[in-house]
Design a protein around this ligand. Structure first.
Ligand code: FO1
Length: 326
């Protein structure tokens, strides 16, 4: 394909819900969002009560719209739960908590998809409706799912493992169902090749980034870049997460182990070694730099805990200044 007519993006973010949304908020705060692109994972997507749910896309959308429930890191703030409670009374399995207002997003998406509109186009429409720049896109319009095999031999999708089973059972194998046939969404490869900087968010490697990298051509597009790709470590060893962070961390670690990797910053660095030129380790993991790893020349220290938009904006500006193509 001829790439000459494409806008050269400042930053392309590849990420899951929370990690991707924090960088998206940073781009917005830094005034860089309009000329950037946020590519979200869809391997966590699920179908509940006949509806198409895309949690990672919605998390980015809701954060950019300033409407995210910040305490949980997903769903809409001040939502109510009448419909899902009523479904429970009807005998439906209602372990996946869909808020009443959140349901409007899923109803809208499901109907548009049913009419044959691709997910990337539906996502643009949702961005417009929520008043945010339409720079959010799924990595693929095709069906891609993380399937987790448990010790019992049972296979479950990501949401069943993470939410219903609270990531308690040991996961023994992961497959990215649909990866062989998933094609990148429009312009994804060209924009990855030419962006001034690509950032792999501090999202779950096994549940968010590896499925995104499994989409046809994405790894090659990253490898073909002449400008830098930076990966953020999702692990901060000295920090003991609490509440919903602890839940997410347990899922992340369980799934990494299912792929045969240790759940620490350097093991993740090795997973990204063929696509990232630079790996950002959190300041609090300074000791990791003394391990003499093969990635060592490209390891940098920074603050990777960017819960606030101003912190994320600062990190992105530092990375652009230091590694972005000018
Ligand atoms: N996470 C939970 O822990 N429990 C839930 O009931 C739940 C519902 C839910 C509904 C819509 C949505 O967009 C996200 C939701 N999440 C829920 C979050 C989601 O499971 C994960 O945090 C992401 O998929 C991981 O990126």
């Amino acid at each position: 394909m001829d790439d000459s007519n494409l806008t050269r993006r400042d930053v392309i973010v590849l990420g899951g819900g929370l990690g991707g949304s924090r960088l998206a908020a940073g781009l917005l705060q830094a005034g860089l969002l309009e000329n950037s692109r946020v590519l979200a994972n869809v391997a966590d997507d699920t179908e509940r009560h006949g509806l198409a749910i895309s949690p990672d896309l919605d998390t980015v959308l809701y954060r950019l719209a300033g409407r995210i429930d910040d305490a949980r890191g997903w769903g809409l703030r001040n939502d109510s739960y009448s419909v899902i409670e009523e479904l429970g009374r009807l005998g439906e399995d209602n372990w996946f908590t869909l808020g009443d207002r959140d349901l409007a997003t899923h109803l809208f998406r499901t109907e548009r998809l049913r009419r044959g509109v691709p997910l990337s186009q539906v996502t643009r429409e949702l961005c417009e409706a929520f008043g945010v720049p339409a720079v959010l896109s799924p990595i693929t319009d095709d069906r891609l799912r993380t399937i987790i095999e448990l010790e019992s031999g049972e296979s479950v999708d990501f949401q069943t493992y993470h939410v219903r089973l609270r990531s308690q059972p040991v996961a023994v194998r992961l497959t990215y169902l649909g990866a062989e046939d998933a094609k990148p969404a429009p312009h994804v490869l060209e924009e990855i090749r030419h962006a001034r900087l690509v950032i792999l968010a501090a999202s779950s490697p096994a549940a968010s980034l590896l499925p995104m990298l499994s989409v046809a051509g994405v790894r090659d597009a990253l490898a073909e870049r002449s400008a830098a790709t930076v990966a953020l470590s999702p692990h901060v060893s000295r920090l003991a997460p609490t509440g919903s962070d602890a839940h997410r961390a347990r899922t992340r670690c369980q799934l990494l182990r299912a792929l045969g990797h240790d759940a620490d910053a350097m093991s993740v660095a090795r997973l990204y070694a063929d696509v990232a030129d630079v790996y950002v380790v959190d300041e609090r993991d300074r000791a990791m730099l003394e391990l003499g790893d093969e990635f060592a020349a490209n390891l940098v220290l920074d603050d990777t805990i960017v819960e606030r938009a101003d912190l994320a904006a600062g990190l992105i500006k530092r990375l652009l200044h230091r590694f972005g193509d000018h």
